[in-house]
Design a protein around this ligand. Structure first.
Ligand SMILES: C[S@@+](CC[C@H](N)C(=O)[O-])C[C@H]1O[C@@H](n2cnc3c(N)ncnc32)[C@H](O)[C@@H]1O
Length: 226
């Protein structure tokens, strides 16, 4: 690894309200269970156990915990929020760093995973291009890029309609969802409005092997294009 770039707190993407709602939205064990389900869909059972895996935008690191529970040991986590990263208690190496400017060596990782981070990027499409190029740079040629991000499906539109209504008061998770939305609305709406542009950037850098949109999410697994 090269030197870690520590981000000044003023560069954080998410405010305290957002981080509190994020904690309220799902318990760590619910989040870990969710990640197990996703990893299974991506074929994690076939991934080599000695794979070097980096989770970008890893937040509290529950994706890393799910990977460790599956037996992976060569794990790295990257997030812009030192506060969220400080909540992680596992054995992975973690870095407070910007996914648009990674302090990891080129060709050093077998798998890069992003779950719900790219839609926080403030400046699309440039920031997405930078982050995807950085992920590709740190991946080995036969590596894999795994992405799960919000996607504007009918289900997601229905959830937004419910959370914007008084129904949110009936279910704490729905209320937390609405608070998250209100605090990331600008980047989130910008992300949701650009499906073709986003898929175009992924297609420019990766060959898609698994891709689907369901339940308000894009699920994507690609290998780097030469
Ligand atoms: C919705 S959370 C997802 C966290 C985790 N992947 C999960 O699913 O629980 C988005 C995360 O992206 C991080 N983030 C936002 N912009 C970032 C950037 N430019 N570089 C690295 N992390 C960033 C935030 O600090 C936050 O932890």
């Amino acid at each position: 690894m090269t030197t870690v770039r520590t981000i000044h707190s003023s560069e954080r993407c998410c405010n305290e309200t957002w981080e509190q709602a994020f904690t309220r939205f799902e318990t760590p064990s619910q989040e870990v269970a969710k990640f197990h389900g996703r990893l299974s869909w991506f074929g994690v059972e076939d991934w080599p156990q000695d794979a070097e895996i980096v989770e970008l935008f890893c937040g509290r690191g529950n994706g890393l915990i799910a990977l460790a529970e599956l037996g992976f040991t060569r794990l790295t986590g990257v997030d812009l929020s030192g506060d969220l990263l400080a909540q992680y208690t596992g054995d992975a190496q973690t870095y407070v760093c910007d996914a648009r400017d990674l302090s990891l060596e080129s060709n050093s990782q077998d798998i890069a995973i992003v779950q719900g981070g790219l839609h926080h990027l403030p400046n699309l499409p440039q920031d997405l291009e930078r982050s995807i190029c950085e992920a590709k740079r740190i991946l080995r040629p036969a590596g894999m890029m795994v992405i799960v991000e919000p996607w504007d499906t009918p289900f997601l539109r229905m959830v937004h309609a419910a959370s914007a209504s008084p129904m949110r008061r009936l279910w704490d998770k729905l209320d937390a969802f609405q608070v998250l939305y209100e605090n990331e609305q600008q980047t989130y709406d910008n992300w949701r409005a650009r499906p073709q542009e986003i898929l175009g950037i992924l297609d420019k850098h990766f060959n898609a092997h698994r891709q689907r949109t369901a339940w308000g999410k894009l699920f994507y697994l690609g290998t780097p294009k030469p």
